[in-house]
Ligand binder design. Structure first.
Ligand code: CMP
Ligand code: CMP
Length: 464
């Protein structure tokens, strides 16, 4: 497709979608868009499957396979060249992911030979992605969405009707795992209220401060840890236990109930679905999250390909910290942001985009959150606690508390920090990076400029 054709395609798709929205007037626009594009994808996929089926019947292979199946010593078929396009939500370079599979590749590149996997391209957001969630937390609408968008079947129906498939793909591919379960994210699995009701105390591993620091360093690039706030990070670090698995140990058995989530410290783990090897993961990547996220049986068998050392996180801590954390944080920020005066001019949509970009930091009494003269990188909103603002020339300038903000002056004017902001007690701040500040604060930027405390004499005491 040429660039021009692509542009035209996008314009047409978007105006069709707009018409649909205007006609149907849905209450949840994002979910509507998600369903709309999923059904379009299904229709296109069905068409391709049919074409391939017809071609197959005529002895023509429209899409030659890219996977070589070879037999191991015990006669089990192994996928060789091509890994499935399963993408783990955890680990930036997670070998679970097939980075060759560009989820944005034009649909015309779709290869029905991998069609049981291809839906995962459409599902390649993190497994806990909001895209798959129906937000309203009801089981009935969850199943409705599954029916609407179930990509495990070319005609959008349940995969429990394999006869509906025009042809059966070659090779042992994890059909059962695929997007089917991902689209059916149960309301229970992602319902923070339900999670709260589980009585839970995180286990404590009693690592020394030094061991904990080394562990934190090892895990710092893991997406799982990156997205946690400082408090949750500490809980997770304290709850991880070290496990050693000699070569050939079955760490997880397909079909079993999920108990632990694992992060590989050392060694390699191979994954098998229905006895066929589908994947291999090394140091720094993680596995075992699916059963815990979806309360589903283990989707694959994990076997130590070498001697393996893992960090294991128990199911309840995983669910409480990760699921509750991610979802609650967004809700919490949205609520919090509604109470921040300077952001009053933001629309709901702008506020939720902002909520998604924030992260939480915690400081203790005496910590300097920003220091006069430093370069400014972030903007801060105080979620709880109190801070003092002072400068060398002006002495004490202001006391800030929940709902107040600071750090805007350096960002707005491209200046060094004009004052030091110090925590008076335990302070939790929601933080926004420089680029998010410029992109996401929209109309609030004018309010911030108008209230610049360095320009107005009494603004210092009325920062917000
Ligand atoms: N192709 C795959 N299909 C399913 N699970 C996989 C695959 N590759 C790696 N895995 C991991 O194997 C784990 C088995 O347990 P879980 O289902 O909890 O989570 C699974 C994934 O983390
Ligand atoms: N009178 C003041 N002078 C300078 N900064 C102040 C004052 N009152 C509050 N502040 C805040 O302290 C912050 C220090 O970092 P910035 O200069 O980025 O942004 C500053 C303001 O948000």
């Amino acid at each position: 497709m040429s660039h021009q054709q692509q542009q035209q395609f996008i314009t047409e798709e978007l105006s069709q979608l707009q018409r649909e929205i205007l006609t149907k007037n849905p209450t949840d626009i994002l979910q509507f868009c998600a369903n709309y594009f999923n059904s379009k994808l299904q229709a296109q996929r069905t068409h391709l499957w049919e074409q391939q089926a017809k071609a197959n019947a005529a002895g023509i292979d429209l899409f030659p396979p890219v996977t070589n199946i070879s037999l191991n010593a015990s006669g089990i078929g192994f996928l060789q060249d091509r890994q499935p396009s399963f993408k783990s939500p955890f680990g930036l370079n997670d070998p679970h992911s097939n980075h060759d599979d560009d989820p944005h590749a034009p649909a015309s590149n779709f290869n029905p030979q991998q069609s049981t996997q291809a839906p995962q391209s459409a599902n390649s957001e993190p497994a806990g992605s909001l895209f798959k969630s129906n937000f309203d937390g009801t089981a009935s609408s969850s199943s409705k969405i599954q029916k609407e968008v179930d990509p495990s079947s070319p005609n959008g129906e349940s995969s429990s009707h394999p006869s509906a498939l025009p042809f059966k793909p070659a090779g042992k591919i994890p059909i059962a795992f695929n997007a089917n379960r991902r689209t059916s994210v149960s309301a229970e699995a992602l319902n923070p209220a339900k999670l709260k009701s589980e009585s839970w105390k995180p286990p404590v591993n009693n690592l020394s401060a030094e061991e904990e620091a080394t562990l934190a360093q090892n895990l710092k690039n893991n997406f799982l840890f990156k997205q946690l706030d400082a408090q949750s990070k500490r809980t997770v670090l304290a709850a991880l236990s070290s496990r050693h698995f000699p070569k050939d140990t079955v760490i997880i058995k397909q079909g079993d109930e999920g108990d632990y989530f694992y992060i590989i410290e050392k060694g390699t783990v191979d994954f098998y679905v229905n006895d066929a090897k589908v994947n291999s993961s090394g140091e720094g990547s993680s596995f075992g999250e699916l059963a815990l996220m979806y309360n589903a049986p283990r989707a694959a068998t994990a076997i130590a390909a070498t001697d393996v050392t893992c960090w294991a996180l128990d199911r309840l801590t995983f669910r409480r910290i990760l699921l509750e954390g991610t979802f609650n944080r967004r809700l919490m920020y949205e609520d919090f942001l509604k109470g921040v005066k300077v952001l009053e001019s933001l629309s709901d949509h702008e506020r939720s985009k902002l909520a998604d970009a924030l992260w939480t930091e915690m400081y203790h009494a005496g910590d300097k959150i920003v220091t006069e003269g430093d370069q400014g990188e972030n903007f801060y909103l105080i979620e709880s606690g109190n801070c003092d603002v002072y400068s060398q020339s002006g002495g004490h300038l202001a006391r800030l508390t929940k709902g107040d903000y600071f750090g805007e002056v350096a960002l707005l004017n491209d200046l060094p920090r004009q004052a030091t902001v110090q925590a008076l007690d335990n302070v939790i701040v929601a933080t926004l990076g420089k680029s998010g500040f410029q992109r996401l604060l929209g109309p609030a930027v004018d309010v911030l400029k108008a209230q610049d405390p360095t320009k107005s004499h009494d603004a210092a005491t009325t920062v917000n």
